[in-house]
Design a protein around this ligand. Sequence first.
Ligand SMILES: [Zn+2]
Length: 277
Amino acid sequence: MPELPEVELVARALDRIVGGRVVAKAELLRPGLAPENTPREFARLLRGARVERVGRRGKHILIELDNGQVIITHLRMTGRFLMLPARGALPKHTHALFRLDEGRRLAFTDQRHFGLMKVVHAERLAEARELRDLAPEPFSDEFTPEQLACVLGRTRRTLKDVLLDQTKVTGLGNIYAAEVLFLARLDPFAPANALPRRSVARLHRSILEVFGEAIAHGSTMNVDPEDIEGSYFGGGFSGHWRVYDREGEPCQHCGAGICRISHAGRSTYFCPRCQRG
Ligand SMILES: [Zn+2]
């Protein structure tokens, strides 16, 4: 599942490719993709609109249009955007299709049907259910060690649990949460409200560092405009992961074997020696 860095890279790639283009025609081919818009409304709201900018909020892609509408997209497991030539068969699982003024088509495909799309007016964007409860953006001024300390101090849930909760900290999923906790040398299972202040500062720094390096790494990759997907790091970047998917391998700091604990269908990777704090 794409996490903040992957979604950021998809948004940047989309911005490069469709920014400034006009949607000549929009079709919602699987109504379940955008359950809050009818196919007719979807077509009507988007037809003739120019793409002003493609951005991101949390793990949601925001396609901002010059008629005030915004397309919110969550890729979930297998959602991806593809640029297609003007003519030709659609790929399997094409659930939305945007014909652009220059002739090409932007398709949204989703093999597993977990992706979500919604068209809302920019004025109502902040109150959209998908966005309204999200924690501050990690790279915004609102995300500070003080803010993080306040969030952590209010709950006895485990650190990892809190990091994965998008209303507490935005953008982390299972992979980057493991990386952040390792870099900050923190026990994933420690209660959040027991964290000393200096550890919170380290955690805050680690979140920014892990996201920053992944985005920087991805921005040097050549994103294929014909496959704007959200899983860029499946192959190449995985070699850079510090603990994720490294069960039994030596910790890069202390040499102890990396542990994996499975809970509720999710694996937690950590160094039992470095991450006691
Ligand atoms: Zn270690």
